[in-house]
Design a binder for this molecule. Sequence first.
Ligand SMILES: Cc1ncc(COP(=O)(O)O)c(C=O)c1O
Length: 561
Amino acid sequence: MDSSPSKSLRESLRQALLRREAKSSRRRLTVLPQSSVDFSSNDFLSLSTSPIFRERFLDLLQQAPPLYPFASGGSRLLDGNSIYAEELENFIAGFHNAPSGLLFNSGFDANVGVFSCIPQPGDLIVYDELIHASAREGMRLSRAGKRVPFSHSSPSSLDEVLQSHIAADPLIQTGSRNVFIAIESIYSMDGDIAPIQDFIQVVDRLLPRGNGYFIVDEAHATGVFGPRGEGVVQGLGVEKRMLIRVHTFGKALASHGAIVLCCPDTRDYLINYARSLIYTTAMGFPFLASIRAAYELLAEGETEQHQTKLQQLVAYFRDRLAELDAWDPAAFQVDHFPTSPIFSVRSRFPRQLAAACQQKGFVVRAIMAPTVPAGRERVRVCLHAGNTVEEIDGLVDTFKQSEPASPPLDALTPAPTAEIPTDQAPVDASDSDSDDKINWKSNLAIEATECVFRGVHVSAPPFPFRQRWDANARHEIGERKNRGRKRKRREYEEYDDEEYEYFDNEEIQRMYDTIAATLATVAAAHTSAHPTKRRKKAMKKKKQGRAVGGDGGPAPAGSLA
Ligand SMILES: Cc1ncc(COP(=O)(O)O)c(C=O)c1O
């Protein structure tokens, strides 16, 4: 049998890709030329090309007895466990001053495992609005009663969100409902470090019964921040305040996988309930050896020289970028958190700027909306211990030469308005054509209709109201309704983390509520004032039905009446 998809499926796939193409958001796999200069990857310590890492890794591989299996052979819970894996967990937990640790195949799996099973039914998860897609994925699978975002790295927003939920939920007040606070220690897009101590103060004050639990993702901090690269949390000495710390190995540690640091009870619970651990083949020996190699180097202080070199380059690049700011402040704006290896160079033409750098052999990436909010598009630059001053000079010079003359940056940054900007309206960009004819108000109507399928508390717009929307909107509603019947499928379409962001914040929730209220008012007015022909017909049919059936009971669930 031919394995290529049927014509109609192929057509659906192509159409989806074409829509992305039209929005310049189609993703492609790329292979970079070997000679290019890395200003993009997460290999912050340049460990993946470092001779000391290679030597240690090969040495550990060589130490394996002749018939020692290189493959794990199964799930950790079946044949995939080993003394080597358990010793490694203890070693890493010791390094991070944690009571115990559990390895996962990736940071993605770790977050999915943690968020999907640790919050208990009815619990509350409060999360930073910029939290990584893997945490969102886990939250989507979780049994928590509510998942509520707070403004990025804002203790006052956390305070506000917590207060409103504490006031509304006596179980939180009494301490019998758990509240999980989900943050990252350093964020990948802006490179900023979370105000963890301020968050702790807020939680201590508002949840004095101890039912507030932090889950912190140290993916970008591991190896880079804290003494010996222990992470931000240990750098602050607050590791005991974290219920769970997730450290990943695929970034500065030049390896693959992740560890969840937690108490033995939590570890045991994860072994029993985290499906991303249970239903997958565990990492084989070469992976474990590479993680061990990286952690041995950290523990011996061997990577501190890489950390120091990285910080020197960060300071140098910062100075050079300040020069750039002074050179043309209207064209460039640099966002940078002190000591972070991640820089944002906001430009009028991020794509063109990134392309110009790439042509010169410097790998940088343009980060566009909706990955970042509209108006905050940028070129993201990541520094590495292995970069040189000459490479940094070359990059800055390319920035200077590439910026075409045009209106100042501020002119392109949307001014804050009371209205939601068109490009941030809650359109499901992943499956709707970016058709100018459909304005965002129509899209709001469509969204309202779709709430029904998403389980958001909004009732379906009644028929007479739906009639009022323009033809485009009605057509789109019809189409989406068909698709929306299968909620699972709909969720799958939302898989795209970038676009998902806009569905999952309080502002959208408020909009849904407003729409629901408006719909209810309009429907009530319409129903009482002008019953449509269709309604009359339906009423007549109902009467007839009563006359025949006699009992006048409600229509069966799912009927069209
Ligand atoms: C904050 C954060 N958490 C988790 C992950 C996932 O880690 P991994 O690449 O090991 O799956 C990433 C990176 O992709 C990340 O940036």
